[in-house]
Design a protein. Structure first.
Length: 89
């Protein structure tokens, strides 16, 4: 199987900041909630930036191996991997 014929699945997950925004609807509300608890919202922002940078680096590296599909891990139970998908040797 050549590189263009290969499909790579990158499984991701939501960061703590993304989960907070999903729960509180806006970054401002999430920031208010975290600061109200006495925590530093900057920790969440730096974690988000680090995660996104790492994910971009991994994605670019995997693109050299073949077609990349990003799948959130919450969808794994119903994700159909299809024939021919196997671990990269």
């Amino acid at each position: 199987m050549s590189a263009p014929d290969r499909k790579v699945i990158l499984v991701t997950r939501k960061t703590r900041l993304e989960e907070l925004v999903n729960r509180h609807l806006t970054i401002s509300q999430a920031k208010f909630y975290i600061e109200h608890l006495g925590a530093d919202f900057g920790d969440y922002e730096s974690e988000q930036a680090t995660y996104l940078k790492a994910r971009r680096t991994v994605f670019e590296a995997l693109e050299r191996k073949g077609l990349v599909q990003v799948v959130d891990r919450t969808f794994l139970p119903t994700f159909l991997f299809g024939p021919g998908l196997s671990p990269i040797p």
